[in-house]
Design a protein around this ligand. Structure first.
Ligand SMILES: NC(=O)c1ccc[n+]([C@@H]2O[C@H](COP(=O)([O-])OP(=O)(O)OC[C@H]3O[C@@H](n4cnc5c(N)ncnc54)[C@H](O)[C@@H]3O)[C@@H](O)[C@H]2O)c1
Length: 325
């Protein structure tokens, strides 16, 4: 069935990959973002709008005649950004989400996808490196990580309220550290895999890189192709509660750096800056529910995904001749 689909944040990392996939499936895809970064290849789509979704009138305009809305637009970034910005994240993101939910009701949108985050999970479950995977039910009692996490938890509840009161069909993904080519890799909003790829690619050979924190903090990382597949499967499913979309392969940031260094073929030594933000001590995803409900599991190994990411980041640095250490 061909659908009319709106993707917000289509100029962003996940959105740009998602529109390509949806368009190839034959849907009418309306792509919206406030900006379109030069380094990101924007997949083909049916319509492209450059608009600020904090303005309700713009939301009314873009949801018109749409069957599905994938809401991926957000003011967000890696650990450096979300630990230093609170008010703008809360204001910009809640405004966009509420506007789009309301406009979707007015336009009789049939299904609404909300991109939540692993940051909704409570800090008290993420205090050691050797953590068990976070289950969806672990989100309460709530104590999210940063204002960004609180805003995402509120966004989930906003979706639930619009679903209960107005019958809007909602799907909610809790993404855990998605990485891959076309992700933000510099400028202060980049996440650990892209930042480490950039540092290694920009380093001399032999050379040195700096890791934020002591490197012992742990995370799990999901390759973009697996993320897009799970996102579409979730949208097509009957499941309307929050669902983890992530990987359960736990790795320390130090080991992640070692993998990237190995891929680069360079001789790099690591030093540590413990004054930099490093986030929770350990975080992993329990994806039991996603496997059961979506019949999905990640296919791309961390080594393979990092290889593709590293060489893409390296090509960007070479292409633009802006070596940023
Ligand atoms: N990438 C991850 O690892 C990850 C993890 C957890 C949750 N998420 C969530 O998934 C979604 C997509 O993430 P991403 O990595 O693609 O982020 P991204 O920053 O690459 O993309 C977000 C896009 O939203 C756009 N945007 C911001 N403000 C806007 C506005 N006022 N009007 C219109 N567009 C606006 C940005 O320009 C950007 O292109 C976000 O909601 C994010 O919070 C991502």
């Amino acid at each position: 069935m061909t659908l009319n689909i709106l993707v917000t944040g289509a100029g962003g990392f996940i959105g740009s990959h998602l529109i390509r996939q949806l368009y190839e499936q034959g849907h009418f895809v309306r792509a919206v973002d406030i900006k379109w970064p030069f380094y990101r290849e924007i997949g083909r789509c049916s319509e492209k709008y450059t608009l600020d979704l904090r303005d309700y009138r713009n939301c009314e305009l873009v949801v018109e005649d749409m069957d599905y809305v994938f809401h991926l637009a957000a003011d967000m970034g890696g650990i450096g950004y979300i630990t230093s910005v609170g008010a703008d994240i809360i204001f910009n993101n809640t405004q966009m989400t509420l506007n789009l939910l309301k406009a979707s009701i007015q336009s009789n949108v049939t299904r609404f996808f909300y991109s939540s985050s692993a940051c909704v999970y409570p800090l008290y479950r993420q205090t050691t490196e050797n953590v068990t995977g976070l289950k969806e039910s672990d989100a309460f009692p709530a104590d999210p990580d940063t204002y960004y996490g609180w805003e995402k938890l509120y966004g989930e509840k906003a979706c639930a309220a619009f679903s209960e009161d107005y019958g809007l069909s909602v799907r909610i993904a809790r993404y855990h550290n998605v990485y891959g080519p076309y992700g933000t890799f510099r400028g202060g909003r980049e996440k650990a895999p892209a930042a480490l790829c950039r540092k290694v690619a920009a380093a001399t050979n032999p050379g040195e890189i700096t890791i934020w924190g002591d490197g012992k903090q742990t995370r799990s990382f999901l390759y973009i192709q697996d993320c897009v597949e799970a996102t579409i499967k979730l949208m097509e499913s009957n499941y309307d509660e929050p669902l983890n979309i992530g990987s359960d392969q736990l790795i320390s940031i130090d080991e992640l750096a070692d993998l990237i260094i190995k891929i680069s073929g360079k001789k790099i030594t690591k030093k540590y800056d413990v004054t930099k933000p490093q986030g929770v001590r350990g975080r992993n995803a329990d994806i039991t529910l996603a496997k059961k409900i979506l019949g999905w599991k990640p296919k791309v190994s961390l080594e393979e995904g990092l290889r593709k990411t590293y060489f893409w980041v390296e090509s960007q640095l070479l292409h633009h001749k802006k070596i940023v250490r």
